[in-house]
Design a protein around this ligand. Sequence first.
Ligand code: HEC
Length: 303
Amino acid sequence: MKDYLKYFSVTYIVFIIILIIMGDIFVSDLPEGAKERIGGLPVAAKDTTVPQGDLPIVKGTLSPPVDVKKYLGPTQDLIDKGKILFTTNCVSCHGNEGKGDGVAGVNLNPKPRNFQDMNGWTNGPAITMMYKTLHEGITNRGMASYSNLSPEDRLDLIMFIRTLNPNFPPVTQVQLDSIDVLYSLAKGVKQPNQIPVIMAMDKILKESMPVDEKVKKIAKTVELNKTDSGAVLFKSISNNLSKALTVLALDSSWINNEKSLVSIIDNNPVQNGFKARASYMLTQKELSAIHAFLKNLFASKGI
Ligand code: HEC
């Protein structure tokens, strides 16, 4: 009798385990929407280490390796390729000269971006931000994702758009490196195509990427500077100099725009190496001092 009970309990447990496994397989085969409706189950791979609004981890697609260096000084050929892509894919909304006046954009609200105007961008005019726009889209504002275009096509497009206005912030090696790391462009097929920005930053900081070297030098200069009020103030609002400087190296839109500097400092401050509410601690004059100090510093270090 005892033996019989023992077998029964073992079979019972095995049976339950098989049920769970089958249920899991069934749920993971469901289409996305159906999974959401079931709810409660950890099937949607919601990675809690990725902050809200950051890029999700996406597995790589087949794309040939891209050498991002060529985008520091793009050739006319490359820009012409971008122009063809622009005419085919973007003119309908953004217009022939990129003024946001294409026929398909007339009824859109907000209007398609006028590339002749540097104010009020949602993501921003820096190459890193434009790449992000093409990769993810700003779908709630009528700008679709163009992740179907190859990374090279997207960069060519950006190169063409940049010729429409002389006021685009400069493209830097640091930004190209960061795009390379974020979307694994140089590695082509083998790596995941996209990792969250925060992970990329950690990766950049940990691995000795060229970004890291330059940022390290800059961080050292800031650390040692005890006289410039901009340097002293900047230190007072950051809690991780390397991180804060990496963030600034990645989004150069602040270089010619103090307001952009404030919005970068205010966006996820603690994660980005700034103190919470950092910008609120400063007067306009102090902000200007930080801006001037950083601008000179980045220019002198070739970032
Ligand atoms: C169906 C219309 C439509 C098409 C086609 C379209 N866009 Fe847009 N695009 C928009 C709208 C609308 C916005 C404004 C979004 C906003 O202000 O947040 C926008 C904004 C942008 C921005 C600026 C984002 C920012 O930070 O404010 C860029 C860059 C951009 N588009 C690039 C492109 C490129 C490149 C193409 C072609 C591959 C393209 N768009 C095709 C509608 C379109």
